[in-house]
Structures are given as structure tokens and as C-alpha cells.
Design a protein around this ligand. Sequence first.
Ligand code: XBP
Ligand code: MG
Length: 250
Amino acid sequence: MSSIEALIFDVDGTLADTERDGHRVAFNRAFADAGLDWDWDVELYGQLLTVTGGKERIKFYLEKFNTAFEAPADFDPFVARLHAAKTEHYKGLMAEGRVPLRPGVERLLGEARAQGIPLAIATTTTVDNVNALLENTLGAESIGWFAEIGAGDIVPAKKPAPDIYDWVLGRLQLKGNQVIAFEDSGHGVTSAADAGIDRILVTINDYTRGQDFSRASLVVDQLGEPGHLPVGANGQSLDQPIDLEMLARL
Ligand code: XBP
Ligand code: MG
């Protein structure tokens, strides 16, 4: 068993359930602003999550679900403009406090900080969105709690590619066996595992339940709190919330 030299967190679905009430709503508002009648309902959005990255997701939607749409000649700039408008809406939604952190996240971040264990982020989403979530849940100073924030287009290939975890590990100057990754999705687990991370804790959510987590070390419904214990994949409650002492045993 290796010591824990850093905790690396995914953001969407892991720190907070941002997809349904954050990203999805922001996409729809950007589409409406642009005069497009596209409506990504909760169910369709679940299918669109097959592809990570907002710009990539818009293109996937047009390829698979809206083939009748006549793409403009300046397609990439068109998608980039839509996506930039979506990011502004997303930041507005975060500022309204629409999406809280998931149970146990603030507690575990606090425990790690108290013990001097570096924190980092490895996410597919845009860095502005990460900052907006942190600022509006934990306060602006919390952005500085993270030694490295790996986000969005900083790497060529998004999850499930390992690039973003490789980037964060490189910046931390750590190897995969020295860290623990926190994820909520099959794509996220693949990304972390292919970067050589062997301790991966998954907190599932309604969009990711049932995905392939065979490469994860532990799958639970949430990190939990003392009065609200996590439930494992076998349906049994754990006897304690996920804390550093438990993580050390992964
Ligand atoms: C997150 C994503 C992102 C967000 C949208 O995946 O897939 O695409 O939905 O963010 P993960 P942007 O949690 O695996 O990192 O629109 O800013 O790309
Ligand atoms: Mg995620």
C-alpha cells in the first residue's frame, strides 16, 4: 500500500451534480439565445454525456440526434460561439447557487488540507466553470486550495483519454500509484486508470449508475457524512463516511 501524496478530483458529477441542473440548462439557454429550437431534456442529455466536452457534445448531438440541421459554413466558430455563451450561462447558474457540493466533499477537502495532503483537479470542463463552482460553494479562496487545476482544452484529448490525469500527475511530479482519484463516470475511471492511477474511488450519480466501474477500487453512492453513511455497490451501508483513514486502506 502506497502513501497518499495527493487527492485528484473530477468535477462534474463528483464534486457536484452539475450536469442536469447546470451544464444542461446552460446549453439550452445558449441555444435559445442563438434562436435555435434545440432542447436537451434530461433523458437526451444522458445520452449526450457519452461524449465529454461541451463543444464535442454539440457536434455529437448534430451528428447523431439532429441530422436535419444545416450546419453553417463556419461550423467550428459557430460551435465555439455557442459554447462560450453556454459557459456564461453556466457561471450565472453557479452564482445563483443552483448546485450544491455533493455530501462529504467539503469535509474530505478539509481533512486533506488539515493533514497537508495536496489537492488537485482533473476535469474535462472549462476552467471558468470550475472556478465558478468553487467560488460559489466554498468561497473564492478555495480555488487556491488546489495545487493544480487541469481543465478543458489544456490537453488535446478529453476523457476517457488519460491526457488530463497525465497532465496533472506531471505537474504534481507524482506517479499514478502515489495518488487517489475521485470520479463519477466510466469515462473518468478509464482516464484515471490509463494514466496509471490504481486507487480510484467512484461516487455514482443518476447519470452514471450502471456504467463499467470494474477498474475502480471502491464504488459508493456518495462520500457521506457521519449521520449519512455511503452505500456500496452491493447495497450495504459502509460503517463510516469516506475519510482519509479509509482511503489509506484502498
Ligand atoms: C464533464 C464533461 C463536460 C461538461 C461540460 O466530464 O463532460 O463536458 O459536461 O463542460 P468529466 P464544458 O466530469 O468526466 O470531466 O461545456 O465546459 O466542456
Ligand atoms: Mg465527472
